[in-house]
Design a protein around this ligand. Structure first.
Ligand SMILES: [Zn+2]
Ligand SMILES: [Zn+2]
Length: 162
């Protein structure tokens, strides 16, 4: 389905074609929480980078997360988190390791999204103590990464490409 999105101040608007539009994946990692997750988590969708069209590109800024390592060094994520430099809305993640994909934040999408029949809660090992996951019937929970991708989840539930 075609997704239309924007930041809060409307300086940036975008559209993209998505085969994985169900907002089922709630990530509680510190990057999602601090950059995009007022409720303690953020939700990314799967979309086709080649179809991404952006208006107001000059208002974009990019954050590459800095991740402290056990040995004291700091690693910089290859993922480019795009946000509006005026209002701060988180918009999408693009990673050169998977250049054909783009991951819009569900929170930036204006098109009504389909309601997921079940959710995946990931990175619970990193969650804030106050962010209590609302785990429903059939939901899956993971301390770190989940056992299936955005695409796998949609395939399993027969929702891919809808
Ligand atoms: Zn904005
Ligand atoms: Zn995350």
């Amino acid at each position: 389905m075609k997704l239309e999105g924007s930041c809060h101040c409307q300086a940036v608007r975008f559209q993209v074609e998505s085969h994985e539009p169900y907002p089922f994946m709630r990530c509680y990692c510190s990057i999602c929480r601090k950059t995009a997750g007022a409720g303690g988590f953020a939700i990314n969708l799967g979309a086709d980078f080649r179809t991404l069209q952006v208006e107001g590109r000059e208002h974009l800024a990019v954050y590459r997360a800095r991740m402290p390592q056990p040995d004291g060094s700091v690693q910089t994520s290859s993922g480019e988190r795009h946000f509006c430099r005026t209002c701060g809305s988180a918009l999408w993640l693009w990673d050169p390791q998977w250049p054909e994909l783009v991951h819009p934040h569900a929170s930036a999408i204006d098109t009504p999204l389909p309601v997921p029949p079940e959710h995946t809660h990931l990175m619970l090992g990193s969650r804030a103590s106050w962010a209590e996951p609302c785990v429903g019937e059939g939901d899956k929970t993971f301390d770190a990464y989940p056992d299936e991708s955005l695409a796998d989840w949609h395939e399993r539930l027969g929702l891919h490409g809808r």
